[in-house]
Design a protein. Structure first.
Length: 217
């Protein structure tokens, strides 16, 4: 009689393979951030260094939550996008300074997506939430943030993050400029073969990550 040990509904070997790939992706993100910092030649204050470390900590936590979702996967369907994003939103809202985030998740979707795609979507969502927490209300007011998502059987999905902040500065183009966070989000979206769209005005920012079915990553 042979005994097969499983990690949730995923075989141990497959789980180990996915974990290794996800950790490699995360390592690549951190290396990219280090390279960007080195090339910038900037001198950072203690507060800025602490913020950078907090960002890295959040990305590690996102990866850990993905592994938890894999452990709870049902019938090899992958990762439940709604549940995963809800866990990430709770994580980031906890990290928000002085509770300056009022966060809601709209009818978390029940669709499942590929774990590789989930890591990228999760890291982008975490980055959007972190940005909203830090920059949406410079005066320190509580920012209202809403997350909405859709996932389809064909592998396509959408994640939308909306805040009620002051919007981007004049002439700021999130598709081409911005700091490390925006560079990271664009790189992650490109890795998904997905679109990262922004709408913004003085009443806030709406960001959408759209992964269509006809572009397979």
């Amino acid at each position: 009689m042979s005994i097969q040990i499983e990690y949730g509904s995923v075989g141990v070997a497959e789980a180990d393979h996915r974990i290794a790939n996800n950790l490699a992706s995360l390592s690549g993100v951190i290396r990219g951030q280090r390279k960007a910092i080195s090339k910038s030649g900037r001198t950072f204050t203690t507060e800025q260094v602490c913020m950078l470390l907090d960002d890295i900590d959040a990305r590690i936590e996102v990866t850990a939550k993905l592994h938890k979702s894999l452990a709870q996967a049902v019938n090899g369907n992958g990762v439940n996008l709604g549940d995963f994003l809800e866990e990430i939103s709770v994580l980031i809202s906890r990290l928000s300074p002085d509770g300056r985030m009022d966060l809601t998740v709209d009818n978390a979707c029940d669709g499942y997506i590929d774990p590789r795609h989930a890591l990228h979507a999760g890291l982008i969502t975490a980055e959007l939430l972190t940005n909203a927490s830090k920059y949406a209300h410079p005066a320190g007011l509580v920012v209202k943030v809403n997350i909405r998502c859709e996932a389809n059987d064909d592998g396509s999905f959408m994640v939308e993050v909306t805040d009620d902040g002051v919007g981007f500065p004049e002439n700021f183009d999130p598709a081409s400029v911005g700091g490390l966070g925006f560079q990271l989000m664009r790189a992650l979206a490109n890795g998904l073969n997905a679109e990262l769209q922004f709408e913004h005005d003085s009443l806030g920012v709406r960001a959408r990550l759209i992964k269509p079915k006809h572009l397979a990553a």
